[in-house]
Design a protein around this ligand. Structure first.
Ligand SMILES: O=C(O)CCC(=O)C(=O)O
Ligand SMILES: [Fe+2]
Length: 561
């Protein structure tokens, strides 16, 4: 892993390496227009706890309006000492200034590790890397005496602990105000979501100067999970929030907190991003405040009762599962909440959609953006005939024929990664029967099929639609029942297209290692050449692959060293 700090400090860096060049859809080309009237709301926290009831209720109204209209606001007079605020930012700077060796001690291996130092967002599933290093520390409040935090630079851990405590007090007051603005009891959110034993996440972001800021991105558009994020920065701007279809630059008042309501407040979760600049190192510190990891978050019953439009808008989901999903996602979609929302609507199988009467056009959810390469499909090209392997020759008694076929098989794996197998000994009758069985299954009533819906990507039986409807922007027109060679052999990117006349049924039997087996390059193959892939448990790989929305071509790419 190359940290962005080390890269940015490399001598003579005048351009951004291609791996950091962002894609046009996330490009900051859509630069914010100066919009002086767009000033994000300022909430004076001291007025929320004022002894004057009029002032309190006026501020509660303002807070409610800020949540509703913006989802982002500045908080002043919050009672956290300026000195503590600058000390914690200095601590962050001190951490990033440690040597790479010292920082890499905190690298971690899993998205749910307590302490993680890293670069980009989730480098293992990203197409392009972001111009950002981070330190993330998960601080669950139900273990107040188990505070794990980097002990370097000295004093950082104590300052962070104090800062986290003070921000919790601010969060409590804001959540009280928000509860009241929703006409709920003051402690409603705090109590229902068990915030006192909730999870705080300490996220320090470092954005070093970038030689070509127009080509890179600090953090791509995303929304935060949890309830409230409190953000501070070292006086250098770079945060942009999406507001009424525009990107708005946020320039906070010094020593204020920038507060944003997260996905779990179900108020508004605001898409925001961080851009980078050419001259200054920017450090931001986000404290995400969420419910306890085991809390199931679902809409407040009272709000579902009174607002029809809110009814069943969101399914309940354990916060832990949500965090895991968000952290494993590659952020190529704006907000996980959107997916979560659509998933909760009754699943419509592709089959029933296709069979609905008068269907002449496909719904917008199923329109996949045409790929540029769509035109490059080669039809019946002579030289592009995928290899045919005669299985009977692989087990032939003639050693020459066997070794010739083995060589062909190896070549097929190396050049194509896909091949046809003939004379395999599986009877035609059995092959057509299994296809007929599948057709019969899909022809069952939706009720009968939905019994096999499953909940989790690793459930033994799953009937579903698309690939992973939970994380996809567009649904694929398909229903499904569904490293060893050190880079020498291929895993081939493939896709299925659809036609307008016939139902196509295919059966894939994926044959994998044991779920607990760690898949890594065969030791013999890495003697002569260094390993190209990191090892990963097959179970974890499957989980990532199945939870992923396939906008990354091949996860293999992400496991490349
Ligand atoms: O650096 C910033 O301003 C944004 C940071 C952020 O959005 C995050 O850490 O979630
Ligand atoms: Fe964020």
């Amino acid at each position: 892993m190359m940290s962005i700090k080390a890269l940015a400090e490399s001598p003579n860096l005048t351009s951004v390496p291609p791996t950091y060049t962002i894609f046009p859809n996330t490009s900051p080309n859509d630069q914010p227009q100066p919009q002086p009237q767009l000033q994000i709301p300022i909430i004076d926290l001291s007025l929320l706890t004022s002894s004057d009831p009029d002032q309190r209720s006026k501020t509660i109204t303002e807070l409610g309006k800020a949540c509703q209209d913006w989802g982002f606001f500045m908080v002043i007079n919050h009672g956290v000492a300026e000195r503590l605020m600058s000390e914690v930012l200095e601590g962050c700077r001190g951490f990033f200034d440690l040597s790479e060796e010292e920082k890499l001690v905190f690298k971690g291996t899993h998205v749910m590790d307590t302490i993680r130092y890293g670069t980009s967002f989730n480098a293992s599933v990203e197409k392009a890397l972001y111009w950002r290093d981070y330190l993330k520390v998960l601080v669950p409040q139900h273990h107040p005496h188990h505070f794990h935090f980097p002990n370097n630079p000295s004093g950082f851990s104590e300052i962070a602990l104090e800062y986290l405590k003070k921000t919790r007090e601010v969060v409590k007051i804001i959540l009280e105000g928000i509860s009241k603005s929703l006409e709920l009891e003051g402690n409603y959110i705090y109590k229902t979501l068990e915030v006192n034993s909730g999870l705080q996440i300490f996220i320090a972001n470092l954005y070093p100067p970038c030689p070509q800021p127009e080509l890179a991105m600090g953090l791509p558009p995303h929304s935060d999970h949890g309830l409230l994020t409190l953000l501070t920065q070292n006086g250098i701007g770079g945060l942009q929030i999406q507001h009424k279809g525009n990107w708005v630059n946020v320039n906070p008042i010094p020593n204020s907190f920038l507060v944003n309501t997260g996905d779990h407040l179900e108020y508004k979760s605001v898409v925001h991003r961080a851009v980078v600049n050419k001259n200054d190192t920017r450090i931001s510190l986000a404290i995400a405040n969420g419910p306890a990891l085991d809390t199931v978050v679902s809409p407040v019953p009272k709000l579902v009762e009174s607002h029809d439009s809110h009814s069943s808008a969101f399914a309940g989901m354990k916060y832990k599962d949500y965090v895991q999903l968000q952290q494993s996602n590659n952020l190529c979609d704006k907000s996980i909440l959107d997916h979560h929302q659509s998933h909760n609507k009754n699943m419509i199988s592709t089959k029933s959609l296709a069979e609905s009467s008068n269907l002449t056009s496909i719904p917008p959810t199923h329109i996949t953006i045409p790929n540029n390469d769509q035109l490059a499909v080669l039809e019946h090209s002579q030289e592009l005939q995928i290899p045919i392997i005669d299985f009977s020759l692989l087990i032939s008694s003639d050693p020459d024929q066997r070794s010739k076929t083995i060589a062909e098989l190896g070549k097929a794996c190396q050049d194509w990664g896909f091949f046809m197998v003939i004379n395999h000994g599986v009877t035609e009758k059995l092959m057509s029967e299994v296809i007929e069985g599948c057709r019969g299954f899909f022809d069952l009533s939706e009720e009968e099929k939905v019994e096999f819906k499953g909940e989790h990507v690793l459930d033994p039986i799953r009937y579903g639609t698309s690939f992973n409807a939970l994380v996809e922007k567009a649904f694929y027109w398909r229903d499904y029942l569904k490293i060893l060679s050190n880079g020498k052999y291929k895993s081939v990117v493939h896709r299925a297209i659809v036609n307008n006349n016939e139902t196509r049924i295919s059966v894939g039997i994926a044959n994998g290692p044991a779920l607990e087996a760690v898949v890594s390059p065969a030791s013999k193959l890495v003697e002569s050449q260094s390993p190209t892939f990191v090892g990963m448990k097959y179970k974890d790989y499957m989980q990532v692959q199945q939870s992923n929305n396939l906008c990354v071509k091949s996860i293999m790419d992400s496991l490349r060293i």
